[in-house]
Design a protein around this ligand. Structure first.
Ligand code: PBG
Length: 335
């Protein structure tokens, strides 16, 4: 500690909490719209806004609507939007070829946003789950999610996203060696300024449940021989391992790192920031959003206050920014 506080009554810590003005002066952390990255679900069609049942207030948007959402986000001061495609059954195949189709949903949305709202940073997810018939992030061969063959596909996916004009690539697949492979390929293709925001410490979490509904991956995953992602995503019991993953991804060329999920892993956020002093982000995932929203809908908690408290906690834990489905609601409040 920096100093030993004087004993009572010389010290009365409540002096600094007496009025709103004093509390404002004494506050240690702040939130601003510039801290937020907004994950959005994209689907086919025109002028469609289709609510996700397990995520009240969140919808799958057709590309034209995503563009409107990006405009709205930019006006609110949100710097980045992260695209997650809801892929039709026809485009979920064993070879996952839709993942690197220049005309896939994610790439079409990227082009449309960059054309209409050029200042909006577009982030895309690298992983095969939206395109695989198994719901897994990699290829499943004889009961094994194969690493190196998956990395080759992820590189093709990342290059197609780069060609479409993304600003930030977020590999969320947890294969080994993908950051280095993607960085090398991006440099070779002349995409020297694309940010790699690595999902470096991504845990095998129950809190992804509503997301898997939103992108249509739940039933596929539970139907396969390998019904969970524990052979590639991390064990929630581990913290040292997260530090090793972050060190590795930074060494392979990540510009920034992410911890995911968020709220149950604030210790990892703090330790990562203290250890690496790198740009550090947390993903407040779908289950975290839905817990807060559902409890609020039932009148059990004050949803707005819980949202603010959950987001300031990430700043307090050392994060530079947060991926959150609350981004527009929070930015509106701050505005
Ligand atoms: C898959 C991916 C997932 C999320 C983002 N990318 C789910 C998973 O790993 O199964 C989860 C996001 C959320 O729950 O909000 N590559």
């Amino acid at each position: 500690m920096h100093h030993v506080p004087a004993p009572f009554p010389s010290a009365r810590p409540r002096r600094l909490r007496r009025t709103a003005g004093l509390r404002a002066l004494a506050t240690e952390n702040t939130l601003s719209p510039g801290d937020l990255i907004w994950p959005v679900f994209v689907r086919d069609g025109d002028n469609i806004e289709e609510p996700v049942a397990s995520m009240p207030g969140v919808s799958r948007l057709s590309v034209d609507r995503v563009v409107l959402a990006a405009r709205e986000a930019a006006d609110l001061g949100i710097p980045a939007i992260c695209l997650f495609p809801y892929t039709g059954a026809d485009n979920r195949t064993a070879d996952c070829a839709e993942a690197w189709n220049p005309g896939n949903l994610s790439n079409r949305a990227t082009r449309a946003i960059k054309e209409a709202v050029p200042e909006m940073l577009v982030m895309a997810d690298v992983a095969l789950d939206p395109y695989s018939d198994t719901g897994h992030d990699g290829f499943l061969r004889s009961g094994v999610i194969v690493n190196d063959e998956t990395v080759e596909a992820l590189v093709k996916q990342a290059l197609s996203q780069a060609e479409a004009g993304v600003d930030i690539i977020g590999p969320s697949d947890m294969m080994d060696g993908r950051i280095g492979a993607i960085r090398t390929a991006l440099e070779a293709a002349g995409h020297q300024d694309i940010i790699l925001l690595s999902y470096a410490a991504k845990y095998a979490s129950a809190f992804y449940g509503p997301f898997r509904d939103a992108v249509g991956a739940s039933s596929a995953l539970s139907g396969t021989a390998v019904g969970d992602k524990r052979t590639y995503q991390m064990d929630p019991a581990n913290a040292d391992e997260a530090m090793r993953m972050i060190a590795r991804d930074l060494a392979e060329g990540a510009d920034a790192i992410m911890i995911k999920p968020g709220m149950p892993y604030l210790d990892i956020c703090r330790r990562a920031k203290d250890t690496f002093a790198a740009p550090t982000y947390a993903y407040q995932v779908s289950g975290e959003y839905s817990m807060i929203t559902a409890a609020a809908q039932n009148g059990w908690i004050d949803g707005e206050r819980a949202m603010i408290e959950s987001l300031i906690a990430f700043k307090r834990a050392g994060c530079d920014g947060i991926l959150t489905y609350f981004a527009p609601a929070m930015a509106r409040l701050l505005g």
